[in-house]
Write a protein that binds this ligand. Sequence first.
Ligand code: NAI
Length: 298
Amino acid sequence: MVRDIRTIANIGSGTMGHATALQFAVAGYPVKLVDCSQELLDAGMARIRSDAEEFAQAGLLAQGESVEDVLSRITTYTDYEHGATGADFIIESIVEKLDVKQKVWSEIEQYAPEDAIFATNTSGLSPTSIQSVLKHPERLVVAHFWNPAQLMPLVEVVPGESTAEEVEDATFELMRKIGKKPAKIRKESLGFVGNRLQLAVLREAFNIMNEGIADAETIDTVVKYSLGRRWNLVGPVASADLGGLDTFYNVSTYLLKDMDNGTEPSPLLEAKVQAGDLGAKTGRGFYEWTGETGQAII
Ligand code: NAI
């Protein structure tokens, strides 16, 4: 049986970890925040404070709640013994390397309660591989938040081969309780669902640029004022239903042949990366970027 979820342990306080910790604290949960040093934890807490202040200004804190109330729910630790002991739900957002995640989870398992849920915020590593090192593999599930996690509603809940259904269900329910829009994915796959769809659209966007059909700004204009708005309301599949599946079938018969079906990164993308034009973080990608640097978005 899955235990009542009262206390959260949040491993990692970087880009994703600070934001998930904030979400749980805003929702009223005590959070044990763990990182490798007090310095990293202080930096994570500074980001949490700054985001909590933005929440307060936007009226997103519960009635009568102050930023200090939210922060007071978070305690910091530099070791798993104190960080994981007594936690009911442990969410991990550390470096995206299988061996590191396996090592960290095995260590956490020594201290966590036997029936605590282990949720990894991996972008795409196999939960089956991560859970394979555990004594209780059935307790590990993916909870894939989208960056910036304090603002993006979606969390993909993805089981590994050994994940218990009640662990998935409890994770889904917890995500709902903290105000997210969880999506229960049936089985693991590279990129889960969101990143597969994102890459499918980007592959064709790069192809359109490569073929000289339209530039980056035009593509973004087309998506923002048509697909983006429509998909925000009904999603692409319902949108096909509403448009008429016969029409989509007919379009598929001539259009798919002309589209990019490649399995390698676009030459356009490769050239940008080789030139060091990595987007907002280097000041130039398909656009010129000034001011604040961007963050990774997968
Ligand atoms: P990050 O580098 O900003 O933060 C990682 C944090 O984990 C750092 O504070 C680091 O000190 C800490 N850490 C490293 N090893 C640790 C350990 N053994 N114990 C405790 N803390 C440790 O990385 P980011 O971007 O937050 O990514 C974390 C995870 O989230 C990765 O698996 C990534 O693939 C995934 N993710 C990232 C997204 C993004 O857009 N950045 C989106 C969704 C998932």
